[in-house]
Design a protein around this ligand. Structure first.
Ligand SMILES: [Zn+2]
Length: 295
């Protein structure tokens, strides 16, 4: 994301919320606290003995099926971090401690908007240490051998932007969508943050049987049946699906551990692709470098 502040930032005061976890279906309490420069984004499982912590970095990703899940070597995990991470990225929050009373981030309304609103209402504080950004120096890509194959790519740029095509492949008559996000917190808040998760009604039972999506409902997911949206209030945007894909990408990519200075392009992206992309990036030191912002 593009941040005017050359300094690291945190939130002014702690904030708290409760909600159901998308996959566990269990209620979860979350408190987000300010943190000192250099701390980064860290999750804490406050409900477990010893309150284990997990750093929000790509090296801690343990699963990418249906959400992004982080874990530590002892098997402690936090799931469905991507919508909160997107809000933190968009607001330029470098440092925060996220205390969870359960295994999953509250899913709220299935978008990032509640998190943005909580961050903005507590306020953002500039800290005294310069921010470090991650500059992409050459194209790096995962997938996309054929023209219609899914892929994710980062390319050099002087600011962050994202361009996605998302194709339902004609499933239930659903079509193809494209979106170009030009970056910035205000544009994220208005055009991307409100876009909710989505899924097909006919898939729900299969996911329930696997113990997934137990917290999904029409209150937090756009549900498609026979090519029609089941939610009584309809969609928030006609292209809500592809906007949500941008949201997920921004959240997943913030696991780079620093704001990215790159153009992100993708076709039918997913959490797994983002994880592989960051792994490939960090495996090749010629593709990126850190740059300290100069005040
Ligand atoms: Zn999502």
């Amino acid at each position: 994301m593009n941040h005017k502040s050359p300094f690291q930032q945190t939130i002014r005061h702690a904030f708290q919320c409760q909600g159901v976890g998308l996959h566990s279906g269990q209620p979860s309490d979350m408190t987000v606290e300010p943190a000192s420069p250099g701390h980064g984004i860290i999750f804490e499982r406050s409900d477990l003995a010893g309150t284990p912590k997990i750093q929000a970095t790509s090296s801690c990703v343990v699963d990418t099926f249906m959400c992004t899940r982080l874990g530590n070597p002892q098997g402690v995990t936090v799931a469905t971090i991507e919508h909160l991470m997107a809000a933190l990225a968009a607001c330029g929050i470098d440092n925060a401690l996220i205390k969870l009373q359960g295994p999953e981030i509250p899913f709220m309304d299935g978008s990032s908007l509640p998190f943005i609103e909580m961050i903005e209402s507590t306020g953002i504080v500039q800290q005294s240490t310069p921010r470090r950004i991650l500059c992409v120096l050459k194209d790096i890509r995962v997938g996309g051998e054929g023209a219609e194959d899914r892929f994710v790519q980062l390319s050099p740029a002087d600011r962050f932007s994202a361009r996605i095509t998302f194709d339902f492949g004609g499933r239930q008559g659903m079509g193809r969508y494209a979106y170009h996000f030009t970056g910035g917190r205000e544009a994220f808040k208005h055009d991307i943050a409100p876009a909710r998760s989505f899924g097909f009604y006919e898939d729900a039972q299969k996911l329930y049987d696997k113990g997934l999506s137990l917290g999904a409902s029409l209150d937090n997911t756009v549900v498609i049946d026979q090519g029609k949206v089941m939610n009584p209030s309809g969609v928030r945007f006609e292209d809500e699906y592809v906007r949500h894909k941008i949201l997920d990408a921004i959240g997943d990519l913030y696991l780079a551990g620093a704001p990215l200075q790159a153009v992100y392009t993708a076709h039918n992206p997913g959490h797994e692709g983002h994880h592989k992309l960051l792994k490939a990036l960090f495996a090749d030191p010629s593709v990126w470098r850190y740059e300290e912002q100069t005040p």
